[in-house]
Design a protein around this ligand. Structure first.
Ligand code: SF4
Length: 221
């Protein structure tokens, strides 16, 4: 039977993954130093990508290891993080994180989600980003784009990031997991925007719950 908006999420996710791969290509991943991934992800919270990259480059020219971050004066760290938002809070958080990595994890970024989430400023999304980009694990980082698109398509029925992430982890084939976040972010920026999805030009209409239950009626299609 052809896949439609009434099909099971396990069928729709295959259509979505292969559509995203065709549209945005296979993402080539390089695994980076987990500590660098962790620090840049904390800086990126509520920040624009360009600003995060610039800030992180500036910090990396002075600081590198957990020991460097644990030792540096918090005001100096805040001045390096500025003009990123919440620079004072982020400076304190990063120092505490570096200290905890040294004291509780022998100076190494922990490799499990549970341990990562014990670090200050690390929630589920940051933990998954570190696992994916720092350790090469097959996990799905769940942000606003992922949550919106997954609900719109009817893959999940929840706004809770942890529930969405767990459900997507269950239904997504391993080979697509690491790519899914990046590809969904691209798709979310280009077409399926949270505030105004461009359903009229979307190739996934036929499997989309939001399009068939809401958009069509609102737009008389
Ligand atoms: S049809 Fe609309 S809501 Fe559904 S995936 Fe496409 S852009 Fe998003």
């Amino acid at each position: 039977m052809p896949v439609s908006y009434k099909s099971k999420p396990t069928d729709k996710i295959l259509v979505l993954c292969s559509f995203l791969e065709k549209r945005y290509g296979k993402v080539k991943f390089r695994t980076e130093d987990p500590f660098k991934v962790l620090i840049s992800t904390i800086i990126s919270q509520r920040n624009k990508d360009e600003l995060t990259d610039k800030t992180f480059r500036r910090m990396s020219s002075v600081l590198n290891s957990p020991e460097d971050y644990a030792r540096v004066d918090v005001k100096k760290l805040a001045s390096l993080i500025k003009p990123s938002g919440f620079y004072n809070q982020k400076a304190k958080m990063i120092k505490r994180t570096a200290r905890m990595i040294i004291d509780d994890f022998n100076g190494k970024v922990p490799r499990t989600r549970e341990e990562l989430m014990k670090l200050p400023g690390v929630g589920g999304k940051t933990a998954d980003i570190v696992l994916s980009y720092g350790f090469g694990e097959k996990v799905i980082a769940c942000d606003t784009h992922v949550i919106w698109i997954s609900n719109a398509l009817g893959l999940v029925d929840s706004k809770d990031p942890e529930k969405v992430r767990d459900r997507l982890m269950d239904i997504t084939p391993d080979r697509y997991k690491r790519m899914l976040n990046l590809q969904m972010v691209e798709f979310g920026k280009e077409i399926c925007q949270t505030s105004r999805p461009k359903c009229y030009m979307c190739e996934l209409k036929y499997i989309c719950k939001y399009y068939n239950n809401v958009y069509r009626k609102e737009h008389g299609e």
